[in-house]
Design a protein around this ligand. Structure first.
Ligand code: ASP
Ligand code: MG
Length: 424
């Protein structure tokens, strides 16, 4: 049993779908489960649609039409007009989506609405791929991931209920996987009330890892538009190199600090049972890519991660009393409650400074809570954070200086972090 995962970039248009179908057709029959994300930037478009619906904006129908047109034009390229069943399937999914968006009851809770709607991207893409495989003679079965990935009801960031998930996967999915090539969705699951849940943005890698672990797969492969895991994003750095082998631990660290090539939660389930993860290119299939496994070797090249849109938050106690342990405890509790992750931090006697990802003002409730607790809070947006994993001694700071003006730095275990001013 093997698991393949194809992300949005691999199926962004009809030729992408054909390429993915070719890769699947050549490599798998009944011993393969394929996890697919929404096509191209569909999830972003659905997010816009969801907030328009929630805000009862007039843009709803236009946004919906645009998502529908994008998909229908791909469907038209892949199927002949007389292959009506494929068109009908997609039309029906859009009909369902439309009903959701118009359902007044759903419009009351944003996160709940989000989860009921955003997963349509995956439902639609997998129908298209499954249909196209059938058309070219590759027998397969489309399965609904929501019947197998059982989660709690924490919407937009659901936690997997491992015991229940393992039970249904072993009782219901494993027998199917012995008979058929399976096509399913990443990102979505089923909550405690039977509703759709999602595992967080870019969560399809994690879905693949869950299926891999519970189906006792021999490997999980993530097919990407890069040759494998590189030591830095080639769009941001020159002279990047491919890392052919990476230990689980190194991969966890890199994903945690924002190397977007692997979703941070993906490695843990695989590491727990020793399943290797392959990261390889759907454009260059003859290349080996990167193998992530329980190795012992160390990386012989520093890895660099540059994150944009970083917000620096400075917290001062209003009466200039010391930021002592109990203040820190209150501050951390607020960050946790608001689900805001701190990338780096620093404190002096009366200041606490930290850096977070700016997610469209999602943190304003946190800032308000800090103010109401009596802290003086100021923020600066638009900085960059450079993290260098296993830097060569003495070289990290020089590297940061080439990017810009370093305004804060921190060394945490094997990683050096530099906040680089937006003014540089
Ligand atoms: N389609 C979802 C997203 O774009 C999940 C994924 O691609 O992994 O976030
Ligand atoms: Mg995606």
């Amino acid at each position: 049993m093997r698991i393949y995962k194809f992300g949005g970039a691999s199926v962004k248009d009809a030729s992408g779908v054909k390429n993915v179908a070719q890769i699947i057709a050549e490599r798998g029959k009944n011993d393969l489960l394929v996890v697919v994300s929404a096509m191209g930037k569909t999830t972003n478009s659905l997010e816009k649609l969801i907030s328009a619906a929630y805000n009862k904006s007039a843009e709803v129908s236009e946004l919906l039409l645009s998502v529908k047109m994008t998909h229908l034009s791909i469907v038209k390229e892949l199927f002949n007009e007389d292959e009506v069943m494929y068109f009908n399937e997609i039309e029906n999914l859009f009909l369902e989506l439309e009903c959701m968006i118009e359902n007044e009851q759903l419009l009351e809770d944003y996160d709940f609405l989000y989860d009921q709607v955003v997963g349509f991207g995956e439902l639609i893409s997998t129908r298209i791929i499954s249909g196209y495989l059938l058309k070219i003679g590759v027998r397969n079965q489309w399965v609904d991931a929501r019947n197998f990935i059982i989660t709690d009801s924490r919407h937009r960031d659901a936690r997997v209920q491992w015991e229940e998930t393992e039970k249904v996967i072993q009782h219901r999915l494993e027998p199917l996987s012995k008979k058929n090539l399976l096509i399913t969705q990443g990102f979505i699951g089923r909550g405690s009330k039977g509703e759709t849940t999602t595992l967080g943005r870019e969560g399809s890698d994690y879905s693949a890892a869950i299926f891999g672990k519970l189906l006792h797969a021999e490997s999980v492969s993530i097919w990407k538009d890069v040759d494998g895991v590189l030591n830095a994003d080639p769009k941001k750095f020159d002279n990047t190199v491919l890392i052919p082998e990476l230990t689980y631990n190194d991969a966890i660290e890199l994903a945690y600090y924002g190397a977007s090539v692997i979703h941070p939660k993906t490695i843990q389930p695989l590491k727990a049972v020793g399943i290797p993860l392959y990261v390889r290119s759907f454009l260059n299939i003859q290349k080996q890519g990167t193998r992530v496994f329980e190795g012992h070797g160390s990386l012989n090249v520093p890895c660099k991660i540059l994150k944009e849109d970083q917000t620096l938050i400075e917290i001062v106690s209003r009466d200039f009393t010391f930021i002592a342990e109990n203040h820190l405890r209150d501050i951390f509790e607020l960050f946790t409650n608001h689900k805001v992750r701190v990338n780096i931090m620093q404190n002096s006697a009366i200041h606490f400074r930290c850096v977070i990802d700016a997610k469209e003002n999602q943190h304003s409730p946190l800032l308000e809570a800090l103010v109401s607790m009596g802290f003086k809070v100021s923020t600066e947006r638009g900085h960059k954070l450079l993290s260098i994993y296993q830097p060569k001694i003495g070289e990290a700071r020089a590297e940061a200086d080439t990017i810009g003006n370093v305004i804060m730095e921190q060394q945490m275990e094997q990683t050096a972090h530099f906040l680089i001013s937006r003014e540089s």
